[in-house]
Every structure is written in structure tokens, then in C-alpha cells.
Design a protein around this ligand. Sequence first.
Ligand SMILES: [Zn+2]
Length: 99
Amino acid sequence: MTKFEFTLIESGRKAKCAPNPDFPHGMSIDAGFKEMCIVDVPYPSDGCGVLRVDCPKCGIKVGYTVAGRIDDVRRVTLPCKQPHNQQIREPRRLPYGSE
Ligand SMILES: [Zn+2]
């Protein structure tokens, strides 16, 4: 069983503006890779900064901006380092649950 690691790198700031109303239950980020892992991350974040997601299988580390609000990322894709792994489209931000 693959276990992802999550590390919050706090910026020391607080979110100043209101959450984006397009993402009332969080955001899914689809990075558009042909071969990838889909990971549910801690939501909402405990603070404002960057959430780093580490894949224990291939070692890739990917950072996502978080603000401790309802529009934080909730599900992300990791472009795992595998042979023939290619990006096939632009990254997309989707409301959580709509993907
Ligand atoms: Zn991986």
C-alpha cells in the first residue's frame, strides 16, 4: 500500500481575501499527466503556505498553494516518474467532487 506524506510549509501569513466561491467544497487539481497518482490531501489546510506531497514510490515532491480556507486543494494529481509519463493537457482546477 502506497502512503503519501504531507508537509505544510507555512508562509507565516494569513489569507486576506475571501475564498473563491467557485470552490465551496475545495478544489481538485488535475495536472494533466497521462500516468499519475490521484491523492486526497488534508483539507482544509491548517495554515497558509505550501502543502508538499511526497510520493513514497517514485520520490517526486509536488507543492500546492493552500490558504486554510474552504477553497483549498483537496485532491491532486502527481506526475509520478514512470517511463513514458507525459503531460497530455494543461493543468485544470476543478470543484472537488465534479471531476
Ligand atoms: Zn510516484
